[in-house]
Design a protein around this ligand. Structure first.
Ligand code: ZN
Ligand code: ZN
Length: 345
């Protein structure tokens, strides 16, 4: 419960009080560290778990592979995955394969990830292909992305996710004709997209916000606060990254859309309604976009608040202008690309 609410220190305090933690407790602690971006702590704990004689179970390996994936530790991840059956007699399940595709895909090894998928000894499902498609988007691989998306359209005819991802990949490449084709296909097939929503609890009441939401009774106050925040963070150096708006609209309108993403409305409301110095906790059903990630770093600095955002993937603890996720894997991808470029020269 503490882990899922973002209080990782509390989890550690409780864990340290346990006389003989079992595999479940070790797993919760390792997963907690990994979800909060303390990947090395998680991996060290896994080694300690072994040292103290607690046998890892299949869930332990999901936690470990998640940590490797988010830290960009491809070699370590492969080592743990291969070690599962060799040293621990654990046959990898679908979850483990998905973690491996995520690990390879995040680090930019898209071709390796693709061959890994087609060689899998299990029946392929949606999740593993979605994971690869997500990586195609991150690394702007339109060719492979389109191929995988078309496979997904046939696998699950009612799921909007692959359509949205393919539309995003095309929009990011300025291929607006392709974006319109995918949108038309969605309409023809009657597929509806899940709207981005964020939740925040204030005085035991949960408040929900969607993108550009104006249904909240205190909408006016929230939007005034957002405008004020925008001026402050721009003063601190924030420049809106409008690549994260995937509509064919004018720059100013893109900036307007970005500034009213659901998590920003929830954060502004939290700043208005909670005492100074308290942590703001927001939950989002989708991933936080890159621009909101940057903006929230600035907000944590100008408002002098800790802001915890749990998105569809992980926790982000924004503090003093930084995020606990550290953007580490993105840096690793850039470094790898630079190294490859250097070796070509
Ligand atoms: Zn956003
Ligand atoms: Zn983050």
């Amino acid at each position: 419960m503490y882990g899922k609410c973002g209080s990782i220190q509390k989890v550690r305090e409780l864990f340290d009080k346990m006389q003989h933690p079992g595999a479940v407790s070790w797993n919760v602690m390792i997963a907690g560290y990994a979800m909060h971006g303390y990947n090395k702590h998680g991996l060290n704990l896994f080694e300690q778990m072994n040292y103290f004689g607690t046998k890892p179970d299949p869930v332990s390996f999901i936690c470990v592979l998640f940590a490797c994936s988010h830290a960009g530790l491809v070699d370590d991840g492969c080592k743990y995955f291969n070690g599962m059956s060799t040293f621990y007699s654990i046959i990898p399940r679908m979850d483990h394969y998905v973690c491996m595709v995520d690990l390879l895909g995040r680090a930019g090894y898209l071709v390796e990830a693709f061959y890994f998928v087609i060689k899998m000894p299990l029946k392929l499902d949606m999740v593993v292909w979605m994971c690869l498609l997500g990586a195609c988007r991150s690394h702007k691989n339109i060719g492979l992305g389109e191929f995988v998306a078309r496979l997904l359209f046939e696998l699950d005819t009612k799921n909007a996710a692959p359509y949205v991802l393919l539309s995003n990949i095309s929009a990011e490449a300025d291929r607006w004709d392709d974006v319109h084709k995918v949108r038309k296909l969605m309409i023809d097939r009657g597929i509806e997209k899940l709207p981005g929503c964020s939740w925040i609890e204030v005085h035991t009441m949960v408040h929900v916000f969607c993108v550009g939401d104006k249904s909240h009774p205190q909408t006016q106050e929230i939007y005034i606060k957002l405008d004020k925040l925008l001026r402050e963070i721009k003063g601190a150096g924030y420049v809106p990254d409008t690549r994260f708006v995937l509509n064919d609209v004018e720059e100013e309108e893109k900036e307007f859309i970005l500034c009213h993403h659901s998590e920003r409305l929830a954060i502004a409301f939290g700043l208005l309604k909670s005492p100074p110095g308290t942590t703001i906790r927001v939950v989002k059903n989708l991933r936080v976009c890159g621009d909101c990630h940057i903006a929230t770093k600035f907000i944590s600095k100008v408002a002098a608040r800790e802001i915890l955002v749990r998105d569809a993937n992980r926790f982000h603890l924004f503090k003093h202008g930084q995020c606990s996720c550290g953007d580490l894997w993105r840096l690793l991808v850039i470094m790898r690309k630079q190294a490859a470029h250097a070796s070509m020269l």
